[in-house]
Ligand binder design. Sequence first.
Ligand SMILES: Nc1nc2c(c(=O)[nH]1)N[C@H]1C(S)=C(S)[C@@H](COP(=O)(O)O)O[C@H]1N2
Ligand SMILES: [Mo]
Length: 301
Amino acid sequence: MAHRWTNTLTRDDVTPEAHFINRRQLMAGVAAGAALVGAGASARAGEALEPNPWEDITQYNNFYEFGTGKGDPAAYASALTTEPWSVKIDGLVDRPGDYDFKDIMAEMTVEERIYRFRCVEAWSMVIPWNGFELADLLAMAGVQGQAKYVRFETLYRPSEMRGQKSGWIDWPYVEGLRLDEAQHPLTIMATGIYGKTIPNQNGAPLRLVVPWKYGFKSIKSIVRITLTDEQPVNTWQALQASEYGFYANVNPQVDHPRWSQASERKIGGGLFSPRVPTLMFNGYEEEVASLYEGMDLRANY
Ligand SMILES: Nc1nc2c(c(=O)[nH]1)N[C@H]1C(S)=C(S)[C@@H](COP(=O)(O)O)O[C@H]1N2
Ligand SMILES: [Mo]
């Protein structure tokens, strides 16, 4: 709980971070034959970490437990009771059990992280999360030496989650990370946005945020975390393994079978949302590329 990520972004850091990205994009552009060094790339860099307004973040959502429309979560998620809430932590841990959300919060250090958020559907936002490092929560339960993966489950409660009355997804929603990804300091459990309690439609009371991966990895309203030595099968992989893999790292060079991932639509510009180039690992390449050294990123999509 004591460690702090030195590259943590706060709202005060928006300007330096923008310069940092600007430099990197220009270098990438040079390497790629100047293709990225244009008005588009520099406009992107300047805007990169200007957070989207509250309205974008809380009214344009994916949370299929409440329906498949982007407005369904905002319309229906108020039915969800988030108090009391507990998270079962089990599997390969020293202290398995049902952890009350309030007891977790008493132990965790909450900070603000302004992260790019990139959905596999090729839209993106910038979100100022409040949360704590997942590594700290895992340490609270005591990860055992044989653990290699972390499996997460969302609440199953069809009486409050109207979308769960339809069986096209094998509920509950499941996600997974490799243990080193889960323990990476960029990986957080978000409990707020813009300094306010996280709205139900965004995954109250706690949801995962893994900023270098496609949004579907960031599983909402978590009730169970299991440490395991087997790679979990995540919901989207189970539905369509040829389109959605386990890793789901943002990668502009590996297209979805049905659309390009080379660029993205920035939410917020209405009908004229600008399309901007997608960044490798969503702009977090320096922080996370070493996790995948030697791996074939095309095979491990
Ligand atoms: N339980 C659950 N978690 C989920 C989803 C979902 O349908 N159910 N959708 C995922 C997808 S596809 C995205 S893009 C993000 C959206 O997060 P946001 O609505 O907070 O922007 O949540 C992810 N987490
Ligand atoms: Mo998504």
